[in-house]
Ligand binder design. Structure first.
Ligand code: F6P
Length: 341
């Protein structure tokens, strides 16, 4: 029997289970055996696998996270790990491996493909920063969670006449801050793509006060930077060379309170943004990506990534998708700016 493998890597994300379910359902219909590789690339290095059947994917459509588990393991970090991963790929007898991940996980998939392994990819990240697709699944769920949080913070901001700073995810790209900020009616949105000018931020808040508004909502992406650089929690790097971000909200809050004299509070939404059940949009997108990924396997179109282009699901070269990040559309940021102040 022909075998197809599937793994999920990087940060978990609502919509991963719909992808797994779609791959398994379609693959079984086409008489494939499906090998689930546990915990991202770690599972391939350790040959930690599970057979996926109809029973294993029953009832997972609405569940967040991933039934396969995930990790930020990079097999290209250690020569021995890479050797094991390649040996296991062959030993498992996979016709192809479907890799579901963001920039780091798919970067590894692309390298393996270039070394002759049959790989197909599906883009995942709540940050929405993957190139060559209009959107990644997980993003819609994240912005809905953040928008609801902003709505809720409005009531306290208004009642207590406070400035509310909301720190959201977004390492290199400010998509979450921007779209949830627009949807939630934020008064200032700070993103990694635009260096923070704290004088300007305080100016916007003071302007609101001068027209009788006694509260403001500031949404800041964790990767937003003062001219001096990113605010990080610790210096340690992960396997893909990233620092752990966090703390920019607190810094902004302190500066605003100091410079304007208005009482300021900070809320860090953190992993709440990645958790729980996917929206209907993400369930549908995940399902479509899963079906397309399996279709690419059937057609032997390796080295491709599934992508949403307008209303259609297409396949794009994986190489192009991982070559650069998709940062925010400045046209959209300029729309948001009209509402600042
Ligand atoms: O997957 C992207 C992301 O949500 C980033 O915005 C964030 O920096 C990162 O995950 C943090 O994830 P973890 O702490 O799980 O590595």
């Amino acid at each position: 029997m022909k075998k197809v493998g599937i793994l999920t890597g990087g940060g978990d994300c609502p919509g991963l289970n719909p992808v797994i379910r779609a791959v398994v359902r379609y693959a079984i219909q086409e008489n494939y055996q499906v090998v689930g590789i546990k915990n991202g690339w770690k599972g391939l290095i350790e040959n930690d696998t599970v057979e996926l059947n109809l029973q294993s994917v029953s009832g997972i459509l609405s569940k967040g996270g991933t039934i396969l588990g995930t990790s930020r393991t990079n097999p290209y970090k250690k020569e021995d790990d890479l050797k094991k991963a390649k040996e296991n790929f062959k030993k498992l007898g996979l016709e192809a491996l479907i890799v579901v991940g963001g920039e780091d996980t798919l970067g590894v998939a692309n390298k393996l493909h270039k070394e002759g392994f049959n790989v197909v990819a599906a883009p995942k990240t709540i940050d929405n920063d993957l190139n060559c697709t209009d959107v990644t699944f997980g993003f819609d769920t994240a912005i809905n969670i953040v928008t609801e949080a902003i709505d809720r913070l409005h009531t306290t901001a208004e009642s207590h006449h406070r400035i509310m700073v909301v720190e959201v995810m977004g390492r290199h790209a400010g998509w979450i801050a921007l779209e949830s900020g627009i949807a939630g009616g934020a008064d200032v949105i700070l993103i990694p793509e635009v260096p923070i000018d704290i004088e300007e931020v305080c100016g916007v808040i003071k302007k609101r006060h001068s027209r009788g508004k006694t509260f403001s909502i500031v949404v800041v992406a964790e990767g937003a930077q003062f001219k001096q650089g990113m605010v990080t929690q610790e210096e340690k790097l992960d396997a893909f060379g990233h620092v752990r971000l966090g703390g920019i909200g607190q810094r902004i809050g302190e500066e605003i309170e100091k410079r304007t004299g208005y009482e300021t509070r900070v809320t860090v939404l953190g992993y709440i943004q990645r958790g729980g059940t996917p929206t209907a949009f993400d369930r549908v997108l995940g399902t479509r990506f899963g079906i397309k990924a399996m279709e690419l396997v059937l057609k032997k179109e390796y080295g491709k990534m599934t992508s949403l282009a307008g209303n259609k699901i297409i396949a794009v070269p994986l190489e192009a998708a991982v070559s650069e990040l998709k940062t925010v559309d400045m046209e959209l940021y300029n729309i948001a700016k009209i509402f600042f102040g």
